[in-house]
Design a protein around this ligand. Structure first.
Ligand SMILES: [Zn+2]
Length: 105
């Protein structure tokens, strides 16, 4: 029985391709990393520059660590689609910032 997957199982095929690359696997660990670029970070910076005016997790002199000593205010998430990768950044307060480069799709 063939282990070939039909073409419409694109994301599984992509996952197989990723897993077959030497840099993907370090020993027993599965290595997952994420990459942004300067354009995406600039977009995020501009969005956050407005957001900090209303965000309760914005550090102040009185409260330099509003999210706790270890931080963790921003969470990056990536979603693979058939036409490109969506990148969103979520603030601990519930704010969400889409820094996807749709223009590259
Ligand atoms: Zn916030």
């Amino acid at each position: 029985m063939s282990t070939e997957l039909p073409d419409n199982w694109g994301w599984i095929k992509r996952q197989q391709e990723r897993m077959s690359t030497p840099e993907y696997i370090e020993g027993e660990k599965i290595v997952r990393t994420f990459t942004t670029n300067l354009r995406m970070e600039k977009k995020l910076y501009e969005l956050l520059n407005e957001h900090i005016k209303v965000c309760p997790f914005n550090p102040t002199e009185e409260n330099p660590f509003p999210a706790g000593a270890i931080g963790g205010v921003l969470t990056y998430s990536f979603t693979d689609t058939h036409i490109g990768q969506v990148c969103k950044v979520n603030c601990a307060c519930g704010g969400e910032f889409d820094i996807t480069e749709y223009e590259d799709w």
